[in-house]
Design a protein around this ligand. Structure first.
Ligand code: ZN
Length: 164
C-alpha cells in the first residue's frame, strides 16, 4: 500500500501538486515495490534506490528527491546512492544518529569513490542544488535538507583535505 501525506483519492503528480505545505509532500510505502510508476516523481532514481536497505520500506521527501535529481542533471553523470531512507531498526543497526535525517527521508549518501566526479565538484554542486546539511566522509558525501545549514567532517583533517 502506498501512503501519502494527503489526498489519497488523487494520484501521481496531481497529489504532489495538491500537497498543502509547498513541496513538503512525502511518498511512503511499506515496501518500495508497492510504489506505482505513475506515482514516482524522480527521473534519475528508482524507488529501490531510495528505499531502506533494512526492510525495503520507503519514505521520500519529494522536494529533497527533486534536489537529488537536479544534482544528477547538473553533473551529467550517474550518482551511486549508498544510503537514502533508513527504517528505524536499520538506522540503529548501522549506527545512525537517533534523529538522523535518513529516517525523515530527506538525506542521501552519495558514493565519492569509483565515480568520475571529483569530490570538490560534487560538493560544490550539492550546495548549488540546495542541500543544507553536508557531511564529508572518506568514501561518500552525506547530503540532507534540514532547515538550517550544517557542515561536518568525519575523519579529521585528512578527510577534510580530500574534499576542499
Ligand atoms: Zn548520511
Amino acid at each position: 500500500m502506498v501512503l501519502r501525506s494527503r489526498a489519497s483519492a488523487v494520484t501521481g503528480r496531481e497529489a504532489l501538486a495538491a500537497a498543502p505545505h509547498g513541496g513538503a509532500a512525502v511518498i511512503a510505502a511499506r515496501h518500495w515495490r508497492d510504489v506505482r510508476p505513475g506515482d514516482w516523481p524522480l527521473a534519475h532514481f528508482s524507488p529501490g534506490e531510495m528505499a531502506s536497505r533494512g526492510d525495503g520500506s520507503l519514505r521520500l521527501a519529494v522536494a529533497a528527491g527533486e534536489r537529488l535529481d537536479s544534482l544528477r542533471r547538473r553533473l551529467g553523470k550517474p550518482l551511486i546512492v549508498h544510503s537514502a531512507y533508513r527504517d528505524p531498526a536499520h538506522n540503529a543497526r548501522v549506527g545512525g544518529a537517533p534523529l538522523s535525517r535518513h529516517k525523515a527521508g530527506d538525506a542521501f549518501d552519495i558514493r565519492a569513490e569509483g565515480i568520475r566526479i571529483p569530490r570538490k565538484e560534487l560538493l560544490a554542486a550539492a550546495v548549488e542544488c540546495g542541500f543544507t546539511g553536508l557531511g564529508l566522509y572518506r568514501g561518500f558525501l552525506h547530503m540532507d535538507c534540514r532547515p538550517q545549514k550544517a557542515r561536518w567532517t568525519h575523519g579529521g583533517r585528512r578527510v577534510l583535505e580530500l574534499w576542499t
